[in-house]
Design a protein around this ligand. Structure first.
Ligand code: C5P
Length: 303
């Protein structure tokens, strides 16, 4: 057993986010395609006499991140300890955040996934992957994907994940916002916009699946879609201008990331990504370049 374990926790983006009618439990059925990208947080867990959590920002504002029991990271450690029959095993968790907070990039879910993987290694549990994915689903809809990584489909409320054949490597420009958007608020706006109308059950885009299988960024760019984009734009109208500016060539596709407010621009290669990024930076936007797909939460250091 190790005394401390560090896990890299990649951000996720959604290449398709198909949303259906709200369920009785308040969640929405999804037909989504996730991709993990190489912007990542780092989570280090260590044995300790009492549980504690420290969150440090590495270029991102962490002032809104809770460090008490409301943080999914502590719930993840507690859930795994209980599952393994360890009672309330104490652990010290340190999170180094590079994924923008409340940005539609699943930063909190990535940290929770990383904590499951890190504690599993720290405690020498070797929990079967299927069990880890089920526990992840209890923590949040995006957490199982953050364990899995790569490119994958998500169904149910997003927690049922299956790897999807993907022959490509894609270059994305991410335009982040200083102020996050609340995921429940965006879903609530979706519901109000569809009140009194029939919302179809979402289905996977076959054009998107074919573009990924071929590794074709131009076809992928044409197939990107997000049903939360319209509601998010009604809450944050300034995003429309950002999306339009970023979507100009050489970008081959654009869309809102998850429930926003981060916007994504797909390009054919690294040089085109740099050119789109320069254009957005010159207009005063904050940007990152990210490559995907990358593996999910994985151990990078164990001492
Ligand atoms: O599962 P998670 O905790 O990440 O979800 C956060 C919130 O997002 C939920 O409380 C719900 O309001 C909304 N949500 C939803 N349908 C989904 C996933 C999330 O309505 N499939």
């Amino acid at each position: 057993m190790s005394r401390s374990v560090t896990v890299a926790a990649p951000a996720k983006i959604n290449l398709q986010l198909g949303v259906g009618p709200v369920r009785a439990d308040g969640f929405h059925p999804l037909a989504t395609v996730y991709q993990a990208v190489d912007v990542h947080d780092e989570v280090t867990v260590a044995e300790a006499s009492s549980t504690r959590l420290e969150v440090r920002g590495d270029g991102v504002d962490v002032s809104d991140v809770p460090t008490d029991g409301a943080n999914l990271v502590l719930r993840a450690a507690e859930l795994l300890a209980k599952h393994a029959g360890l009672g309330d095993a104490s652990v010290s968790v340190s999170v180094r955040k590079r994924i923008p907070v409340a940005g539609g990039l699943a930063g909190g879910s990535a940290d929770a996934a990383a904590t499951l993987v890190a504690c599993d290694a720290l405690w020498g549990l070797r929990t079967p992957r299927a069990d880890l994915l089920r526990l992840a689903g209890e923590l949040g809809s995006d957490v199982p994907f953050c364990v899995l990584g790569g490119t994958a489909t998500g169904s149910g409320r997003g927690e049922l994940v299956e790897p999807l054949p993907d022959a490509g490597t894609y270059w994305w420009v991410l335009a982040t916002s200083g102020e996050g958007l609340s995921t429940p608020a965006v879903y609530g706006t979706f519901d109000r916009a569809h009140a009194g109308r029939t919302v179809a059950e979402p289905s996977l885009s076959q054009a998107l699946v074919a573009a990924l299988a071929a590794g074709d960024p131009v076809a992928l760019g044409a197939a990107l879609s997000n049903d939360l984009q319209t509601p998010a734009l009604s809450l944050r109208p300034s995003l429309a201008e950002l999306l339009e500016l970023g979507a100009q060539p050489p970008a081959v596709g654009s869309l809102l990331s998850g429930s926003g407010p981060t916007c994504l621009f797909l390009t054919a290669d690294e040089a085109d990504a740099a050119s789109v990024r320069d254009r957005l930076d010159a207009a005063g936007h904050r940007t990152l370049t990210a490559r995907g797909p990358v593996p999910g939460a994985r151990v990078v250091d164990a001492l």
